[in-house]
Design a protein around this ligand. Sequence first.
Ligand code: FAD
Length: 802
Amino acid sequence: VPRVVVIGAGIVGCSLADEFTGRGWTDVTVLDRGPLFAAGGSSSHAPGLVFQTNPSKTLAEFARYTIGKLGGLELDGAPVFRPVGGLEVATTPERWADLARRHGLATSWGIEARLVDPGECARLHPLLDPGAVLGGLHVPSDGLAHAVPAGEAQARRAIDRGARFLARHRVTGVAEEHGRVSGVHTDQGFVPADVVVCAAGFWGPDVGGLAGLTVPLQPLAHQYATTAPVPALAGAVQEISAPILRHQDADLYYREHGDRIGIGSYGHRPMPVSAQDAEEHANSCLPFTPDDFADAWKQSLVLLPGLAETEVSAGINGVFSFTPDGMPLLGEHRDLPGFWVAEAVWVTHSAGVAKALAEWLVEGQPRTDVHECDLHRFVDVQLSPEYVAARGAQQFVEVYDVVHPLAPAAVLRSLRTSPFFPRQQELGAVLGEAGGWERPLWFEANAPLAEGLDLPPRDAWAARWWSPTVAAEALATRDRVALYDITPLTRIEVTGPGACDFLQRLTTNDVARPAGRVTYTLLLDAAGGIRSDLTVARLEEQRFQVGANGPLDLDWFRQHAPDDGSVQLRDTTAGTCGIGLWGPRSRDVLQSLTGTEVSHAAFGYFRARELFVGGVPVTALRVSYVGELGWELYTDAATGLRLWDVLWEAGHAHGMVAAGRRAFDSLRLEKGYRAWGVDMTTEHDPVEAGLEFAVRRGKGDFVGKEALDRRPHDRRLACLTLDDPATTVLGREPVRVGGTPVGYVTSAGFGYTIGRSIAYAWLPASLAEPGRAVTIDWFGEPVAATVAAEPPVDPSGARMRC
Ligand code: FAD
């Protein structure tokens, strides 16, 4: 049994001790520099509201697990969780519509919820003025966690199984031996360990720093105030009965404290806290600043008029963590094996996070897909203090906003641009962002092409971050030819005498093919779940170019690479750039720029070659993510602009356009190409995802092979088409059969070639046969859809193999 040290006895540290010891890892020592169990971190001040509904399926699952676990725990006979229900109210039509959307999210993730009218809101909450709201979303299983007792109850259980909790032990250093963590230094001496988990709350960056690790979170203060007794609540001293309440239009939330009301506000200016501030305020509270609370109080009197009879009697500016994307930080230090973090975790998600991390360590991987929470999801440029501060503060500002799922980040942009960026700007690129890259969504220069198009109407929500120009770009790709900037797609070069064997062992398809071949393949985890999907181009006997999904793929490669020097890995994304030249005229364009023959006979489908295009050295792969004839063309970043220019000039005669990400998404949905992380994750296997063609069981052993055969394969990623062309969905909506929720949409968009919307959805295998009628919830209304045969466009692939 490994010796585990957990740094921090907040709700996360306590929960980790419980989850580790519950799995037989009983040699656990939890260290906290504070007293136990109100140790002075954020958990000591958290009012403990647990709202489960979240756009992230992972976070919703973490919350559900937390409620299930805490709901069954007591401390000295008192429950540590009260299932008082959660009520989110709307005071604007926009919010009311959003609550219907959130009702859909809850349904997708298996959380029972209902929309209620103002009268029902007032019946549920004794102080609420029904005249102030348009309605609410009620989740009966939400509730209130008493964070300190909840931590202590889990700690006691862990102690019974052998764990130790040591108060007043400040960790001052992290020790390393033979390239692994070997323990921690504290102000009370050295504590040896095989595994160290940093659960130090918003001090995570400091503790991570002791191990040379950047922990990208920003501590911010958040106001929480309590009133004096509220006369209207007299008699409620013993029992908490009202649901926890959110008034997001005013950035506020409420809970009862007996006959008092607690009010939390995100409406004030962001108040970042520096490491020094945090050090001075070791109890994680800054003094209350009443001026910042004035508006919160005014708004509260409107919603809860009974508060006029009382006043604010106490308040704090309590500190906790915000990450650049609002998600927790989980995982192992890349350069110091054995050093793990569980940071930026709300009370709401604490037990679920602890379970996932314990599974990860004890069983080798978490059962829940955690890629959105992975510590290493950020690239270097996203780890700067400026970035973490600006994006963290923006998360605070937006925490209760109605955020459109396609809205790009509002602050600190233009971190990474491809060499084509100046040309894209000249063409009026409307920009989105992913992984720090600026990515054109569409080009205003193409707007005139959309003028004659007869497109069905889109409602206001679906029309955000969309333009009719998207249709023009998609159709131009199907009819003529388009340039797509594919620079942001991660590229990994794998070289060396062991490269081929390494990729064979790691991936599902047969990549041991002659140089010049390209293979679509999958990475599975040990449980047979889909870890990523890749295109592997064998450029030379010992040199492969791998098209991957992001930095986590490189991590996976590094973890599995032999340490005998036979394989070298290099992320070439930033030093290179790529253009998708796709469409039926792409060959004409390419041939006009190169002396190498690019006919189907000379340069076949799924082949790779190095050639000159307009004098630019290019690695060309004959593959297409949009389902048309075409090539991915890669060159050095330095020659990229020239490549764009020569293609642009040659393309003019063929009606070429530059096209953006939205057209790309529409075309790939029409072709049934899955997007990893959205359509499929480690929770799904290739059979379920419709990707069995990429699994060659006969090729020999590969990671996940054995487990794959043991999986039940009882779900399917189904292709739905929406019956009415004027309807659209965007993803994460629940799918129903006969009114009963049976699954959820992954990605969706309008298919301009087929003239209707397409939605991919996870359904039970028994309900996924083509022709089945289903409905999708769209802002509370059922939208009719039908399971379609796949893919909707060009099922034979003739358009690409010509
Ligand atoms: P913490 O509770 O901060 O624990 C970290 C521990 O690490 C501390 O005890 C600290 O002493 C210890 N530590 C730090 N450095 C060292 C060191 N070098 N050596 C030893 N020990 C160290 N979340 C919700 O889900 N719902 C809510 O309603 C809610 N409301 C909130 C309201 C307020 C005012 C605040 C401040 C937070 C709120 N949160 C809420 C957020 C939630 O409290 C935190 O996200 C959560 O408590 C973090 O738990 P933790 O265990 O990670 O961190």
